[in-house]
Write a protein that binds this ligand. Structure first.
Ligand SMILES: C[S@@+](CC[C@H](N)C(=O)[O-])C[C@H]1O[C@@H](n2cnc3c(N)ncnc32)[C@H](O)[C@@H]1O
Length: 377
């Protein structure tokens, strides 16, 4: 049995959205985290409280897990012994619900997999039943993630709670909102550092602009929300208060460059304005058709857009024309600007857009295969 904390403090696993792995790694590098690549994210080792830092600061993280232990268990008995030896009391006080999620790698043969899975679930149910649950005050509870790969088992505690794209500012959404983590990842993959103007010609609820403003202000993305780790018995509230105070002190009152959004739909602009207010940022928003949009007079910056994908009834027919118009505005009025467009992976639409000199990266948006088209210096 390896107690994951005994080595140098703690080991965490940080997951991200498909395609955003390089953005997450870049963020981790920037924060000086020591990490190794893992499937769907990174594994980091560092001092106690590392999970707090990761939850508070990593813009492209979907969820942060705290490794409780790894052990080898070829049989159900050995598995239960391994589970019993975990430092569960650090993360669970027995007063909130305990949930278990068991995933088995295909290296575990189907027969033993059933036995092992039911042994770990039965253990979880027994432990959970021994807790003194108070449903009214119990809060959201603890999720334990048990993963078997061959005879190797890894058990982790979810430290995030609600997924990290839920920053807390976007209480209203537009028609097809982008996850905040995806918006932040796209900005990073486009090389946006927050020091040049940002324009979103189809801004909807304003996700790119708020994320761009926070990035530019160096504002930590987790400042407006709470996390599952705050109900762990081992929660160090003083360290957390210090971490938040440092984050506050390290952020700027205003973005370092203008954040401008346009949309044809006046209702979407109202949503963007209210989301921005909740996020504590000021955006310049204007109703405009992208067909006649001119680049603002600022130094060229980044123009970023998430056009409609044609999933709504009647929308698909107009899409090639809309994409042609978007391409014309990008190649024309915004020719001096860097561009980042997230579009569905549909060759005809990409051809209609005709974005000059673009390279493309594979990303997913709400489970849909998309391309992130990047062009410009
Ligand atoms: C997929 S949504 C953008 C969602 C946005 N990224 C968010 O996070 O909320 C596409 C937006 O394009 C806008 N739009 C459609 N046609 C437009 C046009 N011709 N000019 C400007 N905006 C347009 C729609 O009103 C909609 O808000």
């Amino acid at each position: 049995m390896t107690d994951a904390r005994a080595r140098t403090g703690e080991v965490i696993y940080v997951s991200t959205l498909p395609g955003l792995e390089p953005a997450l790694e870049a963020e981790a590098r920037e924060r000086g985290l020591s990490f190794r690549r893992a499937e769907g994210g990174i594994e980091c080792e560092g001092p106690a409280g590392l999970h707090q830092t990761a939850n508070l600061h990593l813009r492209t993280a979907s969820r942060v897990l705290l490794r409780l232990g790894t052990f080898s268990a070829p049989t159900a008995d050995a598995l239960v012994q391994g589970l019993e030896a975990l430092p569960l009391a650090d993360v669970w006080d027995g007063k909130v619900p305990l949930r278990m999620s068991v995933t088995l790698h295909r290296s575990v043969a189907p027969g033993p997999a059933v036995v092992l899975e039911s042994a770990s679930v039965a253990w979880g149910q027994e432990v959970a039943a021994a807790g003194h649950l108070d449903d009214e005050d119990g809060g959201p509870g603890l999720t334990l993630l048990v993963r078997g790969d061959g005879e190797r088992w890894t058990v982790s505690a979810d430290t995030s709670g609600a997924p990290l794209y839920q920053r807390g500012y976007r209480q209203e959404v537009g028609r097809a909102p982008l996850r905040e983590t995806l918006a932040a990842g796209i900005l990073r993959l486009a090389g946006y550092a927050g020091d040049v103007p940002l324009v979103d010609p189809m801004c909807g609820s304003g996700t790119f602009l708020v994320e761009g403003a926070w990035l530019s202000q160096r504002r930590a993305p987790g400042m407006l929300r709470t996390f599952a780790f705050q109900s762990f018995p081992s929660f160090d509230s003083q360290a957390w208060a210090r971490l938040r105070a440092e984050a506050e002190a390290g952020s700027l009152a205003e973005p370092r460059a203008p954040m401008r959004g346009f949309d044809l739909n006046a209702g979407a602009l109202g949503t963007a304005r209210r989301n921005a207010r909740r996020a504590g940022v000021t955006l310049t928003l204007e109703r405009h058709d992208l067909r006649t949009l001119k680049a603002p007079p600022d130094a060229p910056g980044l123009v970023v857009a998430n056009p409609p994908y044609g999933k709504r009834v009647g929308e698909a027919d107009d899409l090639p024309e809309l994409y042609r118009a978007l391409g014309a505005t990008m190649n024309g009025a915004f020719r001096e600007w860097r561009k980042a467009l997230i579009v569905p992976e549909e060759p005809k639409l990409v051809a209609s857009l005709g974005l000059k000199g673009a390279r493309s990266l594979n990303v997913k948006n709400g489970g849909l295969r998309c391309l992130l088209l990047l062009s410009g210096a």
